[in-house]
Design a protein around this ligand. Sequence first.
Ligand code: DC
Length: 225
Amino acid sequence: MSALIIAIDGPSAAGKSTLAKRLAKDLGFTYLDTGAMYRALALKVLSEGIDISNDGALTELIDRTEIDIAETGGKLKVLLDGEDVSEEIRTPEVSQMASKTSALKVVRHWMLLLQRALGQRGNVVAEGRDIGTVVFPDAEVKIYLDASVQERARRRVEELRKAGRQVSLDETLREMGERDKRDSERDLAPLRKANDAIAIDSTSLDAETLAQRVMQEIHKKPLAN
Ligand code: DC
């Protein structure tokens, strides 16, 4: 099989990560979680108290930041300046800051270069908001995954509670709504379905059925066989 890119985009908690991880594992591909990269930068912005309206300060921060993702034993590690921050980046505060900083030109430009470089590592399953539209517009398979807002909020609450965080459904709905609005209304690389993406609603699909459905699409591609 020669290099293949599978792009998965969609709003928060639509099931992108579960699907992408599953496909990457089954296919033996690299899993590229671009949201985790935005989150890692956001974590550093928060811990250093950088004013994100100050372009110079943000550029200076980026110039001395290294972000990488690595898989060990099937588990994804997000490395910020060599340190594993996989857990710390999953808080609601980091989600909001990632959404805010991801609207900025200097950040998107840097991430685009980084993500394309990571894409050079070979067969990739990449997930995010602009993968099929901007980062890998020539991806062989593009999926736009969505689900009802109630279901997405329910999933996010479950995920956060499993990680030991107490959050309410109302608070999560509000947080998610704010973020989705910002991510889809920004000027640069907003969240939207690529024209050639396959739209799937995961509201009433279990992970297994969803993965099988996407696998069928992948196997329609001559390169995947
Ligand atoms: O997928 P996620 O929730 O981990 O992403 C966190 C934020 O990062 C999201 O609110 C918007 C931003 N993001 C982006 O702008 N482009 C991407 N390709 C991935 C994430």
